[in-house]
Design a binder for this molecule. Structure first.
Ligand SMILES: [Zn+2]
Length: 362
């Protein structure tokens, strides 16, 4: 993605209250981001939709919420202590640190320009470590989990013994993970603290390829259901150099992103504030709150308010005008087509519900 596009995206996210830099007033903490009022709503909507699709819609997937801190032997057994590393070099002159596979070790330091200033590459573990209890010795070291999957593996036996599941079945989990990333310049695409949604599916040896293919189809269908256009999505198969140390095969779904699950479903906008129209619109917005995530906006020209709603991904705008006071109808405007239709207020909730269902299916 071009830098200008990324800069525009970061600034839009900040201006509209989606994502802020962590600790910004103290100069910011790199690799950490805060979700603002609209961002947290969007994030929660995606999480809830994923959780429902996984646990409620499949009768052989159960949920789990494991702790972030685990016994250090978990990470020895998983191979993370010895293998979860990036090869790093330091510049002896300016002390900058680089991934040795991402720079030319024969060339000058990209930061200070000194030649021949790099140390020998050494492995740098990506796990954050801390200590449990008051004594900081080797025996008290614990790690902040670098992925949620290990909690699922370690609790596997407890889940099997306490629920009705039998192989093949899955365990789903949502939670924070932490990685001590050196290159954190790429906005929320590479951060030190992030939230993961993971489902581990357990199957009999020999049936793995069949299930892998089943779940590939399911995952793609999930994004289509979320409202992302199929032509915006594509598969990327991991090459040998990209595969995680424990993986046999892996695919990413890549996409041009698009606010598909809107933090605001319906915006209610009075054409003008005067003559009771503002008041009427505000009451209508309060009524719609029962059914949808709503937003009321009466400031500025109507065209600007529509664009403001388009920018944060609001799929429906309802406009109240003089005609509304006479015949109890409103204008319903669609984000994607910008089409406007006149709808009786009594039919508004069911109309929006129908439109949303069709949008998901399309
Ligand atoms: Zn340097």
């Amino acid at each position: 993605m071009a830098d200008t596009t990324m800069d525009k995206l970061v600034s839009l996210c900040k201006r509209r209250g989606f994502i802020f830099q962590s600790s910004e007033i103290y100069g910011g903490l790199s690799g950490a981001w805060d979700y603002g009022p609209l961002g947290v709503q969007l994030k929660n909507n995606i999480r809830d939709f994923w959780w429902k699709e996984m646990t409620q819609m499949h009768d052989n997937i159960v949920g789990l919420d494991a702790s972030i801190l685990m016994h250090p032997r978990v990470w020895e057994a998983s191979g993370h202590v010895s293998n979860f590393t990036d090869p790093m070099v330091d510049c002896k002159q300016c002390k900058s640190r680089f991934r040795s596979d991402q720079i030319d070790l024969e060339a000058a330091c990209p930061n200070c320009g000194t030649k021949g200033s790099f140390t020998e590459p050494r492995n740098f573990n990506l796990m954050f470590s801390t200590h449990i209890g008051p004594v900081h010795d080797d025996g008290s070291v614990v790690y902040l989990r670098p992925e949620t999957a290990q909690g699922i593996y370690v609790d596997f036996k407890n889940v099997v013994q306490s629920s009705r599941v039998k192989v093949p079945f899955g365990i789903a989990q949502v939670g924070k993970s932490f990685r001590n990333e050196i290159t954190t310049k790429n906005f929320i695409f590479r951060s030190c603290e992030f939230e993961q949604m993971e489902m581990q599916y357990f199957c009999k040896p020999g049936s793995d390829e069949q299930w892998f293919s089943f779940w590939r189809d399911q995952r793609m269908a999930f994004y289509h259901k979320m409202g992302i256009k199929p032509e915006s999505l594509r598969w990327h198969r991991h090459g040998e150099d990209e595969l995680a140390f424990y993986a046999k095969d892996a695919y990413d779904i890549q996409f041009h992103f698009h606010p598909a699950i809107a933090p605001v479903t319906v915006a209610v906008l009075p054409l003008v504030k005067k003559d009771g129209i503002g008041e009427f619109a505000e009451n209508l917005e309060h009524e719609l709150r029962e059914d949808f995530a709503t937003f009321y906006d009466q400031s500025g020209a109507i065209g600007r308010r529509y664009r403001r709603m388009d920018e944060i991904g609001t799929p429906y705008c309802v406009t109240v005008d003089y005609q509304t006071l006479e015949d109890k109808t409103v204008t319903l405007r669609f984000r994607d087509s910008m089409e406007q239709v006149r709808v009786p207020i009594v039919d508004l909730v069911s109309r929006i519900r129908t439109e949303t269902r069709q949008y998901k299916r399309a």
